[in-house]
Design a protein around this ligand. Structure first.
Ligand SMILES: [Zn+2]
Length: 367
């Protein structure tokens, strides 16, 4: 980590995927059954799918929605009903236009509010269920080994992820975070550790699953971050006599959410402008993330040190190194330092080794 000034960490889907099995963008919702299906009991009459069908009610609705939008998926609901004991896999046939962010954009254009609500609800369900009881090792280490020893004044985190795996129960008293967004209501269990002392800015540009927005009055709620799959089912607004339903406040790239989220993008811009060092973990600036690319293009200064933490197969490393260097040069006119292509956990190992070396040499110096 060295003696650099302001340090911004950027967390992408790859970081959450490695730490807590959070689905990547391309798999979100579509792979829900593959990731979270049950082992179905079987007797003489066939598989007993009752519990599964109950758990995947919304997914069945989603398949109907997909069938109504994409002609190539017309037969999905029927296939689902006849899946028997099989895992329901659609993966190989998906294109970018099928991905959930594009689908949500389409639904919004069509004015299909119920459809958009269903998709957002399923994003939550899939992430909550896929990460349930997972070890979350990398984020735990990131908090304890890196963020804890950093000064909050010089460190911030920009996250592009919806999940709140950086907010684990055992991180309480280790590091506090500040979302830098105004909530109208905060769960009393959350107030015990939200923003307590010296919080580190955690700027979530796409919203967060623990932020709930009232569909009726726009009231923004902050919930306790450890949420079960059905958390948002029939969740009601806390405002007296409002009666609105609350959905997770998650924002798809193209969506304009007005002031609430725009202010966060401006804050991110300022943090990036001030940054001496930016470490990008598990994020690849895909072409379709135009707003994110523009944000970084408008903000990064020419002297910034960019570190990249990525993951690929061993035999792809040479190619990936060239690809990444070229990409950053083209997008930002910046050269980068690739710290590792072995992922988030290897980055943490490297940082740990460097800290050990520094400690040893400091001790020698003191003698
Ligand atoms: Zn309300």
């Amino acid at each position: 980590m060295g003696n650099y000034g302001k340090h911004v960490f950027v967390l992408g889907a790859g970081a959450s995927h490695e730490s807590a099995n959070i689905p990547l963008g391309k798999d979100l919702v579509w792979n829900y059954h593959v990731d979270c299906g049950l082992l179905v009991p079987y007797d003489n009459t066939g598989p007993d799918l009752r519990e599964e069908n109950e758990n995947f009610t919304n997914y069945r609705k989603f398949l109907e929605l997909a069938a109504s939008i994409f002609p190539e998926f017309k037969s999905l609901p029927k296939k689902w009903d006849n899946r028997g004991m099989n895992v329901f896999r659609l993966y190989s046939r998906l294109e970018k236009r099928h991905y959930i962010d594009e689908l949500l954009e389409l639904l919004q254009k069509q004015g299909n509010k119920e459809g958009a609500k269903l998709v957002k609800y399923l994003i939550f369900e899939h992430i909550a269920q896929a990460s349930f009881n997972r070890p979350n090792t990398s984020y735990k280490r990131f908090v304890k080994e890196i963020l804890k020893i950093k000064r909050p004044q010089t460190t911030s985190v920009i996250s592009l992820n919806f999940d709140c795996m950086l907010q684990e129960k055992e991180f309480i008293n280790e590091v506090y975070f500040d979302y830098l967004i105004n909530f109208d209501w905060i769960d009393h269990n959350r107030t015990q550790f939200y923003r307590c002392s010296n919080p580190i800015p955690l700027i979530k540009l796409n919203g967060s699953l623990d932020w709930g927005i009232c569909e009726n009055c726009g009231r923004l709620h902050l919930y306790y971050p450890f949420m079960y799959r059905t958390f948002y089912k029939n969740k009601a607004c806390t405002k007296q006599q409002c009666g609105g339903g609350v959905t997770p406040f998650i924002v798809i790239p193209h969506e304009k959410y007005g002031e609430k989220i725009n202010s966060l993008w401006n804050i991110a811009k300022n943090h990036l402008k001030d940054a001496d060092q930016v470490t990008v973990i598990g994020y690849s600036f895909p072409e379709y993330d135009k707003d994110v690319i523009k944000l970084f293009q408008d903000s990064l200064n020419t002297n910034v040190r960019i570190e990249v933490v990525d993951k690929c197969q061993n035999d792809q490393k040479k190619k990936q190194t060239e690809y990444l260097k070229k990409k950053y040069m083209e997008l930002f006119k910046l050269s980068i330092e690739i710290i590792t292509l072995d992922g988030f956990s290897d980055y943490l190992d490297i940082q740990g080794n460097q800290a050990d070396i520094r400690r040893t040499s400091n001790q020698k110096g003191e003698r």
